[in-house]
Design a protein around this ligand. Structure first.
Ligand code: ZN
Length: 455
């Protein structure tokens, strides 16, 4: 019973069961009722544990509800930050806090009402978020425990809570981790990214009660600030067309397998190649029409949570899983099964044109180099320089890196989390890959300083 908008468009035709469940929720008084229920639920559990009170069998099951906690990092890069809004508490007036709180509620509602899933883990897991992370921080990510949002730099990106689909995207990384647990690299990583976009966009469409043909299919449509030549981070229906801006570059997403990007950046191009399965989903949804979560979304959810998906699932395997899911749910000769087959063929995952073309890794830099890639925007910034070009203080720090064992150690221990930045540091012609969260603060500062104007 999250607080929900009360101004939905009027319902048309037969009211489906998930909407009835939803209406049952919204008919109760909003925030305070949610808090009451949670308190009651906890009290009941305590009673049961103590062997007092009515038996579990005679109790009415408490309705499921989200449990959210939003913290603020106060513009430093430290987690979790200070608690600012707990479940059931009123709006704070801080846009980032309230957008995260409402966005978590909307995401919980999609998974619960449509797919019958209670939170990220299916067992009511708390939804933890931190906003105001870092200074002018241009990203949002999932760190395995919580969703983290920066305020943006104020020139290109606004605050990362501004787009509901981005909040849904981050939370879906949690769902993927608790279901298929797709390896965050190469094709399984791009699938992980794509699924986060798919359910992220469904969160927004469900909240707006928008049909597949009414929807804009843009991820991050509210993130880019005025003056940036672009409409969002990604266009799921037309990958590669979201932006073309002197500061941001051109949207690098391929729309078919013929343009599949082979790269060592971005965990093997996870934010690039996700365009291919994204487009397959958007094609299925727009071909079928109506609400995308009812049919296309259900097929994708079945494939994601089915028994057959492996951690290293590639595009072709996922295509086969969605085909099987469409057949199982809607029948072999259904429009749904046909739409799924056609979509995967159009994007070249199945059929004749399914060959991958490589662009190869970039040139080896001269002396030292830093490349920062990944992030939900999938944007790569890089710079190479000779030591002589660097200011004295920086040069000394780099000389320490060239001779010490810091980088090899960090690269060996590193673990990547969805949407966190990845740093490739080139020293003496060896490239070390270190995820942002593994970097000690002082080293991260040195690398960001080196990238300097490239930001
Ligand atoms: Zn992501």
């Amino acid at each position: 019973m999250t607080p929900r908008p009360t101004s939905f468009p009027p319902l048309r035709g037969i009211v489906p069961p998930y909407l009835l469940r939803h209406l049952a929720h919204t008919s109760e008084p909003q925030a305070s009722a949610a808090l009451d229920t949670l308190t009651r639920d906890q009290r009941q559990r305590r009673y049961r544990a103590a062997g007092r009170g009515p038996s579990a069998r005679t109790l009415m099951p408490a309705p499921e509800a989200p449990s959210r906690l939003i913290s603020s990092a106060g513009n430093v890069e430290r987690l979790p930050g200070k608690k600012v809004r707990d479940e059931g508490q009123p709006a704070t007036g801080d846009a980032a806090v309230d957008e995260a709180y409402d966005g978590f509620g909307a995401t919980w509602a999609l998974f619960h009402d449509v797919f019958g899933r209670n939170s990220i883990d299916g067992s009511g897991m708390r939804l933890l978020g931190t906003v105001h992370y870092g200074e002018a921080y241009q990203n949002a990510f999932w760190n395995g425990t919580r969703m983290v949002f920066g305020d943006g730099d104020g020139e290109i990106f606004g605050r990362f809570t501004a787009s509901l689909d981005v909040i849904g995207h981050e939370l879906t990384h949690g769902v993927v981790e608790h279901t298929a647990a797709l390896v965050y690299s190469g094709q399984s990583g791009a699938l992980n990214e794509s699924l986060a976009d798919v359910f992220g966009i469904l969160v927004a469409q469900y909240r707006l009660r928008q049909t597949a043909t009414e929807a804009d299919w843009l991820i991050g449509g509210d993130l880019l600030l005025p003056g940036v030549k672009g409409v969002g981070l990604r266009n799921m229906l037309n990958p590669g067309t979201a932006y073309d801006d002197p500061r941001l570059g051109k949207d690098p997403q391929p729309a078919t397998m013929a343009d599949y990007v082979q790269t060592t950046a971005d965990n093997g191009g996870v934010h690039y190649n996700s365009g291919i399965p994204n487009r397959a989903f958007a094609l299925v949804a727009t071909t079928l029409g109506g609400y995308a979560w009812e049919r296309a979304g259900q097929i994708w959810y079945d494939a994601l949570t089915g028994a057959k998906i492996g951690r290293d699932c590639d595009f072709a395997t996922f295509a086969a899983l969605t085909q099987a899911a469409a057949t199982a749910r809607f029948g072999k000769d259904s429009a749904d099964a046909r739409a799924v087959a056609d979509a995967w063929q159009t994007v070249g995952v199945t059929g004749a044109s399914g060959s991958a073309k490589g662009t190869g890794p970039g040139d080896t830099p001269l002396a030292v180099g830093v490349e920062r890639s990944g992030g939900i925007a999938g944007r790569t910034v890089s710079r190479t320089a000779t030591l002589a070009e660097l200011p004295k203080s920086e040069r000394r720090a780099w000389q320490g890196l060239l001779t010490g064992d810091t980088l090899p150690k960090l690269a060996a221990d590193a673990r990547n989390y969805p949407d966190t930045f990845v740093y490739h540091v080139t020293c003496a012609e060896v490239v070390y890959e270190v995820p942002e969260l593994s970097l000690p603060a002082r080293l991260k500062k040195l690398l960001d300083q080196f990238l300097g104007g490239a930001r």
